[in-house]
Write a protein that binds this ligand. Structure first.
Ligand SMILES: Cc1cc2nc3c(=O)[nH]c(=O)nc-3n(C[C@H](O)[C@H](O)[C@H](O)COP(=O)(O)OP(=O)(O)OC[C@H]3O[C@@H](n4cnc5c(N)ncnc54)[C@H](O)[C@@H]3O)c2cc1C
Length: 482
């Protein structure tokens, strides 16, 4: 096979792309990955990982501010050095970025540096990047291939997504930030308006609030984190408000006026009133859109919908030999969805038997604000809407020994079962560390366990996880500690 001919070329090295490349190489396929900006994509460089590093600093700050509660004395007030907080976050991201380079080398995957365009079926032309990385932390890795024409039997588009902009409120990098600017502020604003309360918006709102910033969240829907179960969202909202965050729901930023070093947001509430909020900066967190442009998709006749490539359960597009995975292939736009979608896609390409199509009903979602929120499956409202006869279990953090010992006794674990079959339809959580707990229920759902199996499972004591069992027991009127 010529040096430019591959079994598989993947465009984009985010979690979707690089994980797919590794699985592809494991399956014995000659594999290349094209990247124009940074190995690891948004997730490692500007998304999942650096936000968690920032939120860890926020968590340390929150703990320090409550030291007295634990019988500890801290002389003076804790303060943040924004430069060092950001430097730590960027360092964490750089380390993982380098890790992806190592994994590509280890798995003998060719990295081609530049911007990929599909010119005809089976052909990718790589040109100069229109978006080179601007950060010294993310250098072009050594030993990569460069611009040129490459061919492959299978091409997988994994180009990810970028921030959505609302007309008239377009981010300008100075007064109106996207997650890029919010991730590495060069000063700590005194006040912020966060437009949108999905996971990205609420995580930044939570981080900045912990840093002492006066934060107002504006959300157009009825609840914060609108995809979450309404009851869980309500508890999270109360806790965020208790931390001093202002939250306006059923409200929208209709207009933004820019000052020399501030913005004034005109916020319309559902009663038709308009209130103005002046703040140092506005973070626009109104979702993301797929990177489908300038890829040559139109010329090849690839079907798209709402800015995303249309695929089947195995990542196949309507064009033979062309696939799409991850954010560019539609919601939920989450790293673990991108990874799994990629693995399913490449295993199907390799002809493995019994490859299960992607099941979007069992993808967990986590938000790492304080308190954390995590969920999988149907919300109570969605289950009812689907006509399911349900049983609902609840267990509160206030009745769990470990939560009380941790000083983290605010939260809830909620489980939803089908009344007739005992099938676990959904699990929803708010409280400390729930992002680490949810996987227990994800495994349970994947194994199609019933309430019986869960009730016969022994959970260690004392742990937060005991609340998961108690929630299940509660659905059947058998909770032990409530
Ligand atoms: C602030 C923030 C926080 C987040 N937190 C979480 C979280 O906690 N958990 C979670 O699951 N998800 C989180 N996400 C979402 C997560 O980052 C994405 O779902 C994930 O990165 C999608 O992976 P992907 O491989 O599809 O695309 P991406 O990670 O976007 O990678 C796509 C890659 O393709 C490259 N590319 C694009 N076009 C071309 C081209 N023409 N040629 C060559 N290369 C190209 C890009 O440079 C990029 O590196 C977060 C996102 C943000 C913004």
């Amino acid at each position: 096979m010529a040096d430019t001919a591959y079994d598989v070329i993947i465009i984009g090295s985010g979690p979707g792309g690089y994980v797919t490349a590794i699985r592809s190489a494991q399956l014995g396929l000659k594999t290349a990955i094209v990247e124009r900006e940074h190995l690891g994509g948004i997730c490692l460089n500007w998304g999942c990982i650096p936000t968690k590093a920032l939120l860890r600093s926020a968590e340390m700050m929150d703990h320090a501010n409550h030291a007295k509660h634990y019988g500890l004395k801290l002389e003076g007030k804790m303060s943040a050095d924004v430069k060092d907080v950001v430097a730590r976050s960027r360092g964490v991201s750089a380390r993982l970025n380098g890790g992806v380079g190592f994994l590509m080398k280890k798995n003998k995957i060719d990295v081609i540096w530049g911007e990929a365009k599909l010119t005809k079926p089976g052909e990718v032309v790589v040109g100069k990047s229109t978006k080179p990385a601007v950060e010294p932390q993310h250098p072009v890795p050594k030993g990569v291939k460069g611009e040129g024409t490459y061919t492959a039997k299978h091409i997988i588009v994994a180009t990810g997504a970028r921030p959505r902009a609302l007309p008239g409120i377009e981010p300008d990098g100075k007064l109106i930030w996207t997650y890029f600017e919010a991730m590495k502020p060069d000063f700590m604003p005194k006040s912020l308006v966060v437009m949108g309360s999905g996971a990205i918006g609420i995580e930044f709102a939570s981080f900045y609030r912990s840093m002492g910033v006066d934060v107002t969240v504006v959300e157009v829907m009825k609840n914060v984190m609108p995809v979450e179960d309404a009851e869980i969202s309500g508890i999270a909202r109360k806790a965020l408000e208790k931390r001093g965050m202002k939250i306006l729901t059923e409200a929208k930023v209709a207009k933004v006026e820019k000052g020399a070093n501030s913005i004034t947001a005109h916020v319309e509430t559902k009663d038709g009133k308009v209130q103005t909020i002046t703040a140092d900066r506005l973070i626009s967190a109104v979702g993301v859109v797929g990177n489908i442009e300038n890829l040559g998709l139109e010329a090849l006749g690839v079907k798209t919908d709402h800015g995303c490539v249309m695929i089947d359960g195995y990542g196949k597009t309507n064009v033979p030999g062309l696939y799409a995975i991850g954010d560019v292939a539609g919601p939920p736009m989450l790293a673990h969805k991108a990874e799994h979608e990629g693995v399913v896609c490449i295993e199907k390409i390799a002809g493995l038997p019994n490859v299960h199509p992607m099941d979007k009903g069992k993808i967990p979602g986590c938000t790492y604000c304080n308190p954390q929120v995590a969920s999988v499956g149907l919300t109570e409202a969605a289950a009812k809407e689907a006509g399911r006869d349900i049983r609902v279990g609840r267990f509160s953090f206030g009745a769990n020994g470990k939560a009380i010992a941790l000083g983290e006794d605010n939260g809830l674990i909620k489980t939803i079962f089908d009344k007739k079959t005992g099938e676990l339809l959904g699990a929803h959580m708010v409280g400390t560390e729930v992002t680490e707990l949810i996987q227990g229920f994800v495994v349970a759902m994947n194994l199609e366990t019933t309430e019986e199996d869960l009730m016969h499972t022994i959970f260690p004591h004392p742990t937060l996880s005991e609340m998961m069992k108690e929630s299940v027991l509660d659905a059947y009127g058998r909770a032990l500690n409530a």
